[in-house]
Design a protein around this ligand. Structure first.
Ligand code: GAR
Length: 201
């Protein structure tokens, strides 16, 4: 393997976590890996603009252009192969990958999730819905988790977690922003560096 792990970031939306990774790479917080490719399953994702601004190659793979989940994943895999990707980072990627995909990249896919797993995770818990559920339950502490991805949604080994206190006047939106700022944007780059370092050593 080369001196730096080649990283692909999979996105679907705004891409603030992608931006955190780009910034961390510039600052040298990520030094054992390099983002080579950003893949989106949404052609209007703002994350694509962030990648282009940082001079990172992009690819768009749309489910509607694919005959099946397998076909969708094969198109993603062919891009990953083209760039010899070592590590796949799911950063707000809103599509569940099948076991065929996850077993192929065992211990080489990581995901950021906006809660303290095992709370508020699994199928149906994504984006703002996670924070709505946390407020609904009345928990006083939430946070974010970075974990390896396996065939169980949000079920893979936990790499890093960070807790965030909930305020009495939080809305799902204010909570989402605080969890991103205080937890996700910190632990995702740290986990990417940790896993990249292990991959190249
Ligand atoms: C982030 O909060 C991320 O943790 C969450 O979606 C948001 C994407 O924001 N991911 C999930 O809920 C996955 N289950 P971003 O596009 O600005 O990074």
């Amino acid at each position: 393997m080369s001196k730096k792990a080649k990283i692909a970031v999979l996105v679907s939306g705004g891409g603030t976590n992608l931006q955190a990774l780009i910034n961390a790479q510039k600052k040298g917080i990520i030094e054992s890996g390099e983002i080579k490719l950003v893949i989106s399953n949404n052609s209007t994702a703002y994350a694509l603009q962030r990648a282009k601004k940082a001079d990172i190659d992009t690819a768009v793979v749309l489910k509607k252009d694919c005959s099946s989940q397998l076909d969708f994943e094969e198109k993603i895999i062919s891009k990953l192969k083209e760039y010899n990707i070592d590590l796949i980072v799911l950063a707000g990627f809103m599509s569940i990958l099948s076991e065929t995909f996850t077993s192929r990249y065992s211990n080489r896919i990581i995901n950021v999730h906006p809660s303290l797993i095992p709370s508020f995770c699994g199928k149906g818990f994504y984006g703002l819905k996670v924070h709505e559920a946390a407020l609904e339950k009345g928990v006083k502490v939430t946070g974010a988790t970075v974990h390896f991805v396996n065939e169980i949604p949000d079920g893979g080994e936990i790499i890093l977690q960070k807790a965030v206190y909930i305020k009495d006047d939080d809305t799902p939106e204010t909570l989402q922003k605080r969890v991103m700022r205080l937890a996700e944007w910190k632990i995702l780059p740290a986990a990417v560096e940790q896993v990249s370092k292990n991959l190249i050593s």
